[in-house]
Design a protein around this ligand. Structure first.
Ligand code: PLP
Length: 398
């Protein structure tokens, strides 16, 4: 056939999350949206901060069309990158310059660009991910020409299993993706875990005689509860690229805005940065949205109401565990990773569906027998779903 069958496969086979989302819409038209407990999609329910919306209006009223709607430099507006660099330095003290910041269309673009930058063409380069992992990693890694290698987690805590990780590294290992707070587990990797991971990376880079790049996927960095801190990976490992996004931190997923930060401690950091620029160019990312670059520059310290997510987490965690469900208490993001009440997560998903509960079976996330509950939704839906969760547990004899 005269076209790319791999791309046809990606386009024609909807992800399970999208599949459930479509089902949810049709079910809502039958029985009313308030009767469908849809916890499938990670679309932020907390609105963007008021100052973001005010800033957009002010910008539209006061700034030139060229500034707001024109092209920017490929790597992003220099002033905007300066403000982001200052903010990173203030928070994490890494001494990054604006010339190591590259504005992107969100974390998905940041990841695709970083992977394209570090994975070499016609190589056997491998990229390690930690289960459970965001399913699109597979797509991005393979599209960059790499091979995905999955490292299994520690049982129950879902922290990284360092011994397993070490055993997965070989001469072809080029990159490692760390996502904390994690989608789908909500787990924040502890500082001890990060230190152990970086120790292994340093040792193995020397052993294999080349850099192994650490790609920090951080769209959920700001969504943490009860004072938990998320280690900033540049402070632990020199060959780090941070993929940041405002999709969740400012509830702007449809605006497609984020950045890549290349660690100034990386040997050849300017060459790696230029490689990132080249990768962005090759993927057709002409520049990140101009209007939202300007919005970010003016709202750099804005925050969404994380308490609303915490409230949902507490309600779900406390009630579900009381009904007999098993799950790790998430410290961040807006996901609860729940052990299915039978081995087959798909069968459990079907039974939950009969109670109008829509959750995501997580086999594709690299861990079998679990489902993900995305609680970025109204508190009323969370509370409304409790009797259905209870009835479902009862059906399993709990
Ligand atoms: N990485 C993870 C772990 C995610 O959960 C998501 C989106 O849900 C992304 C990356 C992509 O985020 P963005 O909307 O910034 O492209």
């Amino acid at each position: 056939m005269g076209y790319n069958q791999k791309m046809y496969g990606l386009g024609s086979k909807r992800s399970i999350i999208r599949e459930i989302f479509e089902y949810s819409k049709s079910r809502a038209s039958e029985i009313g949206a308030e009767n469908v407990y849809d916890f499938s999609l990670g679309n932020p329910s907390v609105p963007a901060p008021a100052e973001v919306n005010q800033t957009i209006q002010e910008l539209l009223n006061t700034q030139s069309s060229v500034l707001l709607h024109g092209y920017t430099s490929a790597q992003g507006d220099a002033g905007v990158r300066g403000i982001i660099a200052d903010s990173i330095n203030k928070k994490f003290g890494v001494g990054i310059s604006p010339n190591l910041i590259y504005m992107t269309c969100g974390a998905a673009a940041s990841l695709s660009i970083c992977l394209k930058a570090v994975i070499e063409e016609n190589s056997n380069d491998e990229c390690i991910v930690f289960a459970p992992f965001f399913t699109e990693y597979r797509v991005f890694i393979e599209n960059a020409g790499g091979k995905i290698v999955v490292s299994k987690p520690m049982e129950k805590t879902f922290q990284i299993d360092i011994a397993d990780f070490e055993s997965k590294i070989n001469a072809s290992t080029k990159a490692v993706i760390v996502n904390s707070p994690n989608n789908p587990s909500g787990v924040v990797y502890s500082e001890d875990t990060i230190k152990a991971l970086c120790e292994v990376l340093n040792k193995k880079s020397v052993e294999h005689g080349h850099a192994i790049y650490l790609i920090a996927d951080e769209p959920y960095r700001e969504l943490v509860y009860s004072g938990v801190t998320v280690p900033y990976l540049m402070n632990y490992y020199d060959n780090t690229l941070v993929c940041y996004s405002y999709s969740k931190s400012l509830s702007l997923p449809g605006e497609r805005i984020g950045y890549i930060a290349v660690s100034p401690k990386m040997e050849d950091c300017q060459s790696i940065y230029l490689t990132v620029c080249g990768a962005g160019r090759s993927l057709g990312y002409v520049c990140a949205p101009s209007l939202f670059q300007q919005v970010i520059a003016r709202c750099i310290d804005a925050k969404v109401n994380v308490e609303a997510y915490k409230e949902n987490r507490d309600i779900l965690y406390e009630n579900l565990t009381a009904y007999g469900y098993e799950c790790v208490k998430p410290d961040g993001a807006f996901y609860l990773f729940v052990k299915a009440l039978e081995n087959d997560a798909y069968k459990f998903f079907e039974k939950a569906k009969a109670h109008e509960i829509l959750v995501v079976p997580c086999d594709d996330f690299g861990v079998e027998g679990y489902v993900r509950i995305a609680y970025c939704t109204d508190k009323a839906r969370v509370e409304g779903a409790l009797p259905a969760f209870k009835a479902l547990a009862k059906e399993y004899g709990l």
